[in-house]
Design a protein around this ligand. Structure first.
Ligand code: B12
Ligand code: SF4
Length: 507
């Protein structure tokens, strides 16, 4: 077979969202497997290919009040730089209320209006490229709901202009409700419900009859070594756009996946997704391949990297250090499990010999016991030892950031104010480098979606599903108030933290 995995161009909210991207581990692993089996495989990320990340066209997208379906969009003759300059000048000089009078996505008449930036290669160029490559099938990932419009628009167009090409899709958004996806997108040939690592070859080859192909949740042993040659020339930048900019050549990687917790807002912790860890043979082969490919830093995306830490995380550090690899954690280090033993191993990692721990993302996520309290304060008081350990790793030169989730279904204004004050103190007391505000998102397949999905302002507001722009109200806050809290958080912490463009749209 001659096949391609194609991540479409991005459509992002140009005002409230910092554009972030990187390799898609799932598609990269499926591509590696098919290549291993002798197929001709292309890995394309249209947001970065051919200088894509710098190619940005702007439009205004308007959604009618009262949830009337339908998207009205018109191109605008402005550049990304021009809009960012104006936005940031307003951000620095206006009060949060005045800033939002001009830039809020939520208009007084109840409509939702966003300035959308399309980032990457335009669809017609993607179609032409696929035609030249002569592919028989394409796989389009749809992990993040925020990519819904871009992914479905590309898939539909491929079926229209290259009707002989099979289009298969998958990813967490589709897994959450495959029936609805197929109903709304009847042109698609196959979709994966769950993992496709064991079914992708049959899906691509057209040997299956059913549209929805169930893949369950697969163990790490089903996944091959990720082949870096596939995306070596895809166009990804150094430093990456979603992680602390170390300047090193990096790659996203998961040595394990799944989680034993079940947080109300997260897809990774669903009951069927029990933690699965790669075998040591596979890990060693992968690390050797990374080194041979010139990779210097691993960006760990594991859901529960500290699960069975003595058997897994601590030996993993030894394997990475022995190869001189640096690393960061972007998937989230569990604060509760940030023990002395783990911290001592991280400090020892930064001993001056090649390989360094560069940054750690340690979220103070709401758990069931503290959903009615402010997270930063309640977590750090309950797990004082973990808190002290944050200071210790910072002293060893590690950049430590946390997040502050704004507009959770349970958060009151009082809780938000306390959260900002607690985050500020944690920074000034030396425990953290920064606290990144994220606007709560009701992601399909999660408890928050079931509970508060009804409060998403507009059903067609796909750009609102990223973690930076607001897309909902709660029993305690209107959409604009949530936006206002996002602005306030950045402004009120600005004098104590260094927040980068990869973390925030207002930097
Ligand atoms: C790594 C990661 C990132 C990285 C890389 C992004 C990427 N697109 O790969 C970064 C940090 C850049 C990122 C960004 C974002 N992410 Co993210 N991310 C993850 C994370 C931790 C791991 C994904 C992964 O690689 N898993 C390992 C592989 C093996 O599994 P998999 O992806 O599920 O793939 C399997 C199946 O889903 C399926 N499949 C997947 N793709 C395809 C494609 C085809 C054709 C087929 C047939 C099947 C198929 O088969 C695969 C193999 O078995 C997940 C959580 C998780 N545990 O999955 C969140 C997750 C995917 N992210 C999420 C979100 C919300 C985002 C952002 C919108 C956040 C933001 N910035 O606002 C952005 C979107 C950016 C973008 N361009 O798409 C949500 C998505 C939920 C949703 N419905 O929207 C998740 C599920 C986390 C959560 N909160 O629950 N993310
Ligand atoms: S937020 Fe983190 S701890 Fe909670 S279920 Fe998701 S991966 Fe697990």
């Amino acid at each position: 077979m001659n096949v391609a995995f194609v991540s479409p161009q991005r459509q992002v909210d140009a005002i409230h969202e910092p554009p972030r991207g990187g390799i898609q581990i799932g598609p990269a692993l499926m591509a590696s497997l098919l290549k291993e089996r002798g197929h001709e495989v292309h890995y394309l990320d249209e947001s970065v290919r051919n200088g894509g990340w710098q190619r940005r066209s702007l439009s205004v997208r308007k959604l009618q009040p009262n949830n009337v379906r339908g998207i009205h969009e018109r191109a605008i003759d402005r550049t990304w730089e021009d809009v960012q300059t104006e936005k940031m000048a307003d951000f620095r000089t206006l009060s949060p209320d005045d800033f939002l009078k001009k830039w809020s996505a939520f208009k007084r008449d109840g409509s939702v209006e966003r300035i959308i930036a399309r980032i990457g290669v335009p669809e017609e160029e993607t179609i032409e490229h696929l035609r030249v490559l002569g592919v028989e099938a394409v796989g389009i990932p749809l992990a993040a709901s925020a990519n819904y419009l871009a992914a479905t628009s590309l898939g539909r167009r491929i079926k229209r202009e290259l009707p002989h090409v099979r289009v298969v899709m998958g990813g967490q958004h589709i897994t959450a409700d495959p029936e609805a996806f197929v109903r709304d997108n009847p042109w698609v040939d196959h979709v994966a419900a769950g993992d496709a690592i064991t079914t992708i070859e049959a899906m691509m080859s057209g040997h299956l009859t059913s549209k929805i192909v169930k893949g369950g949740f697969q163990k790490m042993e089903e996944y091959p070594v990720m082949n870096c040659d596939l995306f070596a020339n895809a166009g990804y930048s150094t430093p990456p756009t979603h992680n602390y900019p170390s300047g090193l050549k990096s790659v996203d990687w998961m040595a394990s996946r799944g989680c034993y917790r079940d947080c109300a807002f997260c897809f990774a912790g669903r009951k069927e997704q029990a933690v699965t860890q790669s075998s040591w043979d596979r890990i060693r082969a992968q690390l050797d391949h990374f080194v041979a490919s010139g990779i210097q830093e691993l960006v760990l995306q594991d859901d529960a990297v500290l699960f069975r830490a003595r058997q897994f995380f601590l030996p993993l550090l030894k394997e990475m250090k022995s190869r001189g690899l640096s690393w960061s954690d972007n998937g989230g280090v569990e604060f509760e499990s940030f023990s002395d033993e783990i911290v001592e191993a991280i400090i020892a990692y930064n001993d001056g010999a090649p390989g360094k721990c560069i940054s750690l993302y340690v979220p103070f996520n709401p758990r069931s016991w503290n959903e009615n309290m402010n997270s930063a304060d309640s977590m750090t008081k309950r797990y004082e030892n973990s808190l002290e350990n944050l200071r210790r790793v910072r002293k060893a030169g590690v950049y430590v950031l946390t997040s502050l989730i704004v507009g959770t279904p349970d958060q009151t204004r009082k809780m938000f104010n306390e959260d900002v004050a607690a985050s500020r103190k944690l920074i000034t007391d030396g425990y953290l480098d920064s606290a990144l505000p994220l606007s709560a998102t009701m992601l399909p397949g999660t408890e928050w979606f079931t509970r508060n999905g009804k409060n998403i302002v507009h059903a067609d507001d796909w750009a609102g599903y990223n973690l930076f722009s607001t897309h909902h109200r709660t029993d305690h806050m209107a959409p604009r108030e949530i936006e206002k809290c996002m602005i306030r958080c950045v402004q009120e912490l600005a004098d104590v933290q260094k927040i980068g463009g990869w973390q925030c749209a207002f930097a």
